[in-house]
Design a protein around this ligand. Structure first.
Ligand code: NDP
Length: 250
């Protein structure tokens, strides 16, 4: 129920973003994979887009842009408009951590995390909704975190950025409903991606202990929830934050 739609996924080079881009392409969507320029490790965005398009007989476009840089982001939207002339789905997935205890948080870190995780999400919602309105509607799904709902020591800035996504989602859902645009979020718990790779065995064991389903989630399991909310199957759902956390918030 996303076949033929044009879907933009931010942070699509790895993790949850790449899993979402794969699932959307497999379901027949035309996918824009947006990511900041990499540091040389891992696959190139162009290769990923080419492989996805070939394996699923669909069209994919790679856009290199830092979501926190307004001019790169607007160039990205220009490229989407030029190639597809429309946008139906936005997945606001790009995000970074910035872990530090209070009193030890550098100003630059505060700004980088808020710019990337929150301001860019709002900028994307603005730019995407302008395009969606022109074609009669669309669906926006943003990736928040259970940390934005529950807080976590050492993650004041990250939690604030993710809580901000919840407020933005609820307000945009109310504002954009009349334009046929649904706005939802997913709140993953502890998901096996590079983002949690730096955690030591003790912290990992402690996190796993707090998960009633007894294991970490996979990027694909989060992607399933995102694609559901983005699809016509969720046509009567807006303004929701869907936990994908194995029961971690219970
Ligand atoms: P990863 O670190 O594996 O992937 C993040 C992706 O976002 C990378 O491709 C990265 O690019 C890209 N990215 C980061 N900053 C920017 C930027 N400024 N502009 C464009 N692209 C950018 O993370 P996950 O897949 O784990 O996380 C995805 C989302 O899920 C994030 O918003 C995260 O906060 C959220 N989340 C993750 C959880 C987890 O347990 N993993 C739990 C809860 C929420 P690059 O390759 O260049 O680094």
């Amino acid at each position: 129920m996303v076949a033929g739609k044009v879907a933009l996924v931010t942070g699509a080079r790895r993790g949850i973003g790449l899993a979402t881009a794969r699932l959307l392409a497999a379901a027949g969507a035309r996918v824009v994979l947006l990511n900041r320029a990499g540091d040389g490790d891992g696959s190139s965005l162009d290769e990923l887009a080419g492989d996805l398009a070939a394996s699923h007989a669909t069209e994919c476009l790679a856009v290199t842009a830092d979501v926190a840089d307004p001019s790169q982001l607007s160039d990205g939207y220009r490229a989407i408009l030029k190639r597809f002339g429309r946008l139906d789905i936005l997945v606001n997935n790009a995000g970074i951590l910035g872990d530090a205890r209070l009193g030890m948080i550098p100003d630059a870190m505060i700004r980088q995390v808020i710019d990337t995780n929150l301001i860019a999400v709002i900028a994307n919602i603005q730019a995407a909704s302008r395009l969606m309105r022109r074609s009669g509607g669309g669906a926006i799904v943003s990736v928040t975190s259970i940390v934005g709902l529950r807080g976590n020591p050492g993650q004041v800035v990250y939690a604030a950025s993710k809580a901000g996504i919840v407020g933005a989602t609820l307000s945009a859902a109310k504002e954009l409903a009349a334009d046929g645009i649904r706005v939802n979020a997913v709140a993953p718990g502890f998901i096996e991606t590079d983002m949690i790779g730096h955690l030591g065995p003790e912290v990992t064991a402690e996190r796993l202990d707090g998960i009633p389903l007894g294991r970490a989630g996979s990027a694909e399991e989060v992607a399933e929830a995102i694609v559901f909310l983005a699809s016509e199957r969720a046509r009567y759902i807006t303004g929701q934050v869907l936990g994908v956390d194995g029961g971690m918030v219970l």
